[in-house]
Design a protein around this ligand. Structure first.
Ligand code: SF4
Ligand code: SF4
Ligand code: SF4
Length: 255
């Protein structure tokens, strides 16, 4: 069953309660940040920042400033570059349609972070694993809704079956159009064969820092086609090499 999150930016106040709830539920520590002439903080996703409010700025035709912001993180793409490149099969699609990193299988190659279409994967150099939003898999498989959705005070975040979320998004879009907003649109219906996070946007995706026509790089496809059939062998060879090196080190230590 495909589960989806709806982010309705027309209802978001940028309070960042979702950002805090994600940290709290997933026990992610705070990190030192710097002022970057923007309210966006921290500036980047990291192993301990899985979701954040992205701020933009746009001048309307009438010269007035429009201040767009949106909650962003892993989009749980249907056509997911991270799944394609992972040589250890550590990233997979769950039974609820979300994209999940199994840290116990991650070998720390960092390919997923380098290839993610939305640049949302953080790499933990100490633990040597990749981390990102789990869609609160531990919650949604126990009948709970994601922590960020649960905490959102304005109803900007919703979670449920995909068809329900699409219907909510269309309803909000019609309301925005009825108010005269011709730029309003839904993002995530077609992009990468459908995103697990749908957006109601009040302006063009680029205004929110979202790619207008996201595509998986050709090099990622080539990697997937050529490497996939042999990746188990390559991973096994890498582990064998590590094991041999460890054996050599022990011999040197005892010599
Ligand atoms: S909690 Fe809701 S209103 Fe507040 S920033 Fe997040 S999405 Fe926006
Ligand atoms: S946003 Fe990045 S990490 Fe999330 S599913 Fe898409 S490619 Fe993978
Ligand atoms: S779904 Fe869970 S892990 Fe993902 S952003 Fe929301 S709170 Fe964080």
């Amino acid at each position: 069953m495909q589960k989806t999150m709806l982010v309705d930016t027309s209802k978001c106040t940028a309070c960042r309660a979702c950002q805090v709830a994600c940290k709290q539920w997933n026990q992610l520590p705070a990190e030192q940040t710097e002022f970057t002439n923007s309210l966006e903080n921290p500036a980047n996703f990291s192993p301990v920042t899985w979701t954040k409010i992205v701020f933009g700025e746009e001048k309307n035709d009438n010269g007035r400033v429009f201040w767009p912001f949106s909650k962003q993180g892993c989009m749980h793409c249907t056509d997911a570059a991270c799944i394609k490149v992972c040589p250890a099969n550590a990233i997979s699609r769950t039974d609820l349609g979300t994209v999940y990193i199994d840290e116990s299988r991650c070998i720390g190659c960092n390919y997923c972070a380098a290839n993610c279409t939305y640049n949302v994967i953080g790499f933990d150099r100490v633990a040597n694993v990749a981390r990102k939003c789990t869609f609160c898999y531990d919650r949604i498989t126990n009948g709970e809704i994601p922590a960020c959705v649960k905490t959102c005070p304005t109803g900007a975040l919703q979670y449920g079956d995909r068809n329900e979320m699409v219907a909510l998004a269309n309803k909000s879009l019609q309301q925005l159009r009825a108010k005269g907003n011709d730029k309003a649109n839904i993002y995530g219906l077609e992009e990468l064969d459908g995103l697990g996070v749908l957006y109601v946007l009040e302006s063009n995706p680029a205004t929110y820092g979202l790619p207008e026509n996201p595509k998986i790089r050709l090099s990622t496809h080539i990697w997937d086609i050529i490497f996939k059939p042999v990746r188990v062998l390559v991973v096994a060879a890498a582990f064998f090499a590590l094991w041999m090196n460890r054996g050599d080190s022990k011999k040197q230590d005892s010599a």
